[in-house]
Design a protein around this ligand. Structure first.
Ligand code: C5P
Length: 214
């Protein structure tokens, strides 16, 4: 077993996509599988942390020793994160939908023709935590980008007041795949991590989190 380097710490992890209702039976979503976030929750628990995993709709099994809260929408996720505070570290891995839909209260009828969807901005959970008086001591975000990965990640770290951004290029099959190639963007610079299984990326990140909180 891993050494208990996160014993006594509370780590909050968000993972997976969110579903944004269009009507009672339809939703908007994205391709996030939840695998990287679940692996990070597992790695932190294996190091002795108390872990709260706020999971969007995915069918992955709950890692051992992890407290899981299932949510659907970004608003649900924001509320669940607020409920789970305080935390020593928060790792926001979820691919939160940027927009919610002005949802219809009853099922839209095909015969009425294609509807116009009105999109409204969702709360940015990472940015909210960055500004919160209850901000975790270590706040980690993710940046999934298809171009200019490092520039976007560096800007995001500052804009959202995160300590670290884990940047990855999702132009390949990262979303849903079992491997990940990431760059850790901190105030001190950028570490380029070799392509590795998501479980290895998670272990390495959990070790860095333990060092940072020590
Ligand atoms: O701005 P962008 O969505 O690219 O930022 C990604 C990071 O912000 C991820 O850590 C993601 O979990 C978080 N995020 C969030 N709430 C949102 C959008 C993104 O927590 N509404």
């Amino acid at each position: 077993a891993a050494r208990q380097t996160l014993a006594g710490r509370h780590v909050l992890v968000t993972a997976g996509p969110t579903h944004e209702a269009i009507d009672p039976v339809r939703y908007l979503a994205n391709r996030s599988s939840g695998k990287q976030g679940f692996a990070i929750a597992a790695a932190c628990a294996a190091r002795g942390a108390r872990v709260t995993l706020i999971a969007g709709p995915v069918t992955l099994p709950t890692p051992g020793g992890v407290d899981r809260v299932n949510v659907e929408s970004a608003r649900d996720m924001a509320n669940a994160v607020a409920q789970a505070l305080p935390a020593d570290a928060a790792v926001m891995v979820a691919a939160v939908a940027d927009w919610q839909v002005e949802a219809a209260p009853s099922k839209l009828k095909k015969g009425d023709g294609p509807p116009t969807l009105t999109l409204l901005p969702n709360p940015d959970i990472l940015a909210m935590l960055g500004k919160s008086p209850r901000r975790p001591r270590l706040l980690v975000g993710f940046a999934a980008e298809t171009d200019d990965v490092l520039a976007h990640a560096t800007a995001k770290r500052i804009a959202k007041n995160a300590d670290w951004i884990v940047a990855n290029d999702v132009s390949g099959d990262v979303m849903g795949g079992d491997r990940n190639s990431v760059h850790l963007v901190t105030a001190d610079g950028i570490d380029h991590w070799a392509d590795a299984p998501k479980s290895d990326v998670a272990g390495r990140l959990a070790d860095r989190i333990a060092d940072a909180l020590a």
